[in-house]
Design a protein around this ligand. Structure first.
Ligand code: SF4
Length: 321
């Protein structure tokens, strides 16, 4: 009984990520879910049941993701249902194309969606459209971002780092944080899966090659006091200690419910996909980091792992699988 109450209390601070399906109106060159696109999307009734269960489990923050959730005919109904169920924050992950229609953007915000994370993969139309394979997608995303901001919603942008955009990460922060007023930027180093793995030769960039640009972008974000900037899937040992707080690692508190799969702890499940070379085994951040992705190591090796000081001795077996 006590355990159930504690779990419920813990869930109040976690995000319930509901992947509604995998259909999308973009064709990103690096898409990591291309192999899942044949999976059946959640039905409206199924998604509503998930939303109700999530509230019963104590979650207060829900994220709708995909694929592209805004192309679903029931997205406004689902946002309204989540709000009625008591979710305090309803976040939508989106490429922004549908939000360029002002009436649709208003309906979704009025229904309860208050935070939009835009997947925009370059600071210009030239870069973004080349990656999404949809001409005009950058201009539509920008129009969508401006629409929901004007309606009072919070906004953030996510960029998947690759060979076509990594040199422009500082300009990306300038464009979206300084000029467009987003309150958060997520720098996502790709996990080499799906189309990203297939195109690693043309789209991949070694972490240490991208690193100077990531650091410059982070310094800029820090300088302009951006509310929130985060680095995903890059190890702590590449960064100075002051930036370690920007890498969520094991602190990422997501429960991910996707068609056909529920992951209670998103990060822990990634441990089996990582390698731990000698530098990792002695690293004080091993528990938060988990090591180097196996697919990455197959492409670029494990030589970039440099360790972060000494691991504290543990009474439990320190053996890492
Ligand atoms: S040494 Fe290994 S465990 Fe430590 S931060 Fe680097 S990659 Fe992660």
């Amino acid at each position: 009984m006590k355990k159930a109450a504690a779990l419920k209390a813990a869930n109040a601070g976690r995000v319930y990520e509901l992947t509604l399906g995998y259909e999308c109106n973009c064709n990103c060159l690096f898409c990591s879910i291309a192999d899942k696109k044949q999976r059946r999307a959640k039905t409206t009734a199924g998604a509503m049941a998930d939303i109700s269960s999530a509230r019963a489990e104590g979650f207060r923050i829900i994220g709708f993701g995909g694929g592209e959730p805004t192309i679903r005919k029931d997205i406004i109904k689902l946002a309204a249902f989540a709000r009625a169920a008591g979710f305090g924050t309803i976040r939508v992950q989106t490429n922004g194309i549908m939000l360029s229609y002002p009436a649709f953007a208003k309906k979704l915000v009025d229904a309860g969606a208050g935070y939009f994370k835009f997947s925009i993969h370059g600071h210009t139309a030239e870069v973004h459209d080349r990656l999404t394979l949809v001409k005009g997608s950058f201009d539509r995303a920008l129009a969508g971002l401006r629409n929901v901001r004007a309606l009072g919603a919070r906004t953030g942008v996510d960029i998947v780092i690759n060979r076509l955009n990594y040199r422009f990460l500082p300009q990306y922060v300038e464009t979206f944080a300084l000029r467009e007023g987003v309150s958060g930027v997520s720098f996502i180093y790709p996990i080499y899966e799906g189309a990203m793995l297939a195109r690693a030769g043309t789209l991949g960039v070694k972490m240490t090659e991208a690193l100077p640009y990531v650091k410059e972008a982070l310094a800029l974000a820090r300088g302009i006091l951006l509310d929130r900037h985060i680095v995903f899937n890059m190890p702590y040992c590449l960064f100075e200690q002051r930036d370690h707080a920007l890498i969520p690692g094991a602190r990422l508190k997501l429960k991910v419910n996707s068609p056909g799969q529920i992951e209670e702890n998103f990060f822990l499940n990634s441990k089996a996909s990582k390698l731990r070379p000698p530098a990792c085994k002695a690293c004080s951040k091993l528990g938060d980091c988990g090591g180097i992705w196996k697919n990455y190591a197959a492409l670029y090796g494990t030589g970039e792992a440099a360790g972060c000081g000494k691991k504290k001795p543990s009474r439990r077996s320190p053996a890492e699988p």
